[in-house]
Design a protein around this ligand. Structure first.
Ligand SMILES: Cc1cc2nc3c(=O)[nH]c(=O)nc-3n(C[C@H](O)[C@H](O)[C@H](O)COP(=O)(O)OP(=O)(O)OC[C@H]3O[C@@H](n4cnc5c(N)ncnc54)[C@H](O)[C@@H]3O)c2cc1C
Length: 335
């Protein structure tokens, strides 16, 4: 179906991005990381290649997404044993690809799988790994990776001394962009004596009963912080979200207080979001929170303190009691 290519014939010094598949679907975070990587690849005059390990081509549901992606090429490794993610076998396969194709960089989305796989691959290759990068740029022909550090209080800029440069990229830090040219698709053929065996056996899948939040792709977000005072008032955000077709987000302290589940935390320890409209109720706007939402198109802050950092970066600020303003909004919108 596609051009088949042996490991030893893989092109070299490219930029690789890990394309994570789950049940035949390409995780959108893999498409997200292609956005900054495309710019980097173009600046450095290198090819951008999406590398995916899958059990079979038949199950792939996202051909359109793959064809529209920013990758110059897509490399598939296809084997029944790769149907489910198993760290040891996946690591071994990726390490082989790196050894033969000697990429300049290899980047992973910071998904659970990406965060498990990237350090294993980096460890096996004895190279450095920069975790949770939320910005990438090229200066003097070098890739500079930014990530929050020191209790997430400052942004550190890191340059890797080892090749391939490796990093995991924060979820939601970049939007998905599409390319104009279809990538060429290749299937990597492994040597016949390669052992497709994992020490891990999957006995059963127990899918989470909770529906995953759609925070990272939401167009409107209503988020709450300590200024909402208690769990009951916070819960009213869900009514507002219902009326606005929005998702509910939160700051870390209110998640830790148990007002809402941690999946809704926005910020450095949680999700990065970029909605069209973000409304923050009783949120101070600490750096650890704002790095996760500062790319929102329109920011509204509701706070009693007009000096609060979130008020300062907001496009519109409502100075007043967040609980009361929330109540008024609900009353008026439900009419
Ligand atoms: C390593 C580390 C990682 C972290 N990661 C995250 C993260 O991912 N996400 C995150 O959010 N935080 C994170 N934090 C915590 C972060 O530093 C802040 O403490 C947190 O964001 C503050 O949450 P808050 O705005 O709800 O509370 P506060 O900072 O206490 O702010 C409450 C705000 O409400 C206002 N207010 C008070 N009463 C009212 C009222 N009646 N009406 C309206 N406004 C009112 C106040 O003026 C204030 O501005 C992290 C901290 C560390 C050290």
């Amino acid at each position: 179906m596609f051009e088949k290519i042996k490991l030893e014939d893989l092109s070299k010094e490219n930029i690789l991005a890990y394309g994570e598949f789950y049940k035949g679907e390409l995780n959108s975070s893999s498409l997200e990381i292609l956005s900054p990587l495309k710019e980097i690849a173009q600046t450095l005059n290198k090819k951008l290649i999406l590398v995916s390990l899958i059990g079979s081509l038949e199950n792939i549901k996202d051909w359109e997404e793959i064809k529209k992606s920013l990758a110059d090429e897509v490399w598939f490794v296809i084997n029944e044993e790769l149907k489910d993610f198993r760290e040891d076998l996946y690591t071994e396969v990726l390490v082989k690809i790196v050894k033969f194709s000697q990429p300049y960089g290899f980047f992973f989305p910071a998904t659970k799988i990406g965060m498990s796989l990237a350090p294993r691959v980096a460890g096996a290759l004895q190279v450095g790994l920069c975790a949770h990068v939320n910005n990438l740029e090229v200066k003097d022909n070098q890739i500079i990776m930014a990530r929050p550090t020191y209790g997430e209080n400052i942004i550190a800029k890191l340059i890797s001394k080892s090749i391939p440069i490796m990093a995991t990229i924060s979820l939601g830090a970049f939007g998905i962009k599409y390319g104009e040219k279809e990538p060429s698709i290749k299937e990597i053929i492994f040597p016949e004596d390669f052992v497709w065996k994992s020490k891990l056996k999957i006995r059963r899948f127990a899918p989470s009963k909770k529906k995953p939040t759609k925070l990272s792709t939401a167009k409107v977000i209503v988020a709450g912080g300590r200024g909402l005072k208690n769990k009951e008032t916070f819960q009213k955000l869900f009514e507002l979200a219902n009326l606005l077709g929005a998702e509910v987000g939160a700051t870390r302290p209110v998640c830790y207080e148990g007002w809402v589940e941690e999946e809704r935390m926005i910020g450095i320890s949680g999700v990065t979001v970029r909605p069209k409209v973000y409304i923050g109720f009783g949120i101070s706007g600490a750096l650890q929170h704002t790095v996760g939402m500062e790319n929102s198109e329109f920011i509204i802050a509701v706070n009693t303190d007009k000096e609060a950092p979130l008020v300062k970066i907001a496009n519109l600020a409502l100075i007043g009691d967040a609980g009361k303003i929330l109540e008024l909004l609900l009353k008026n919108l439900s009419k």
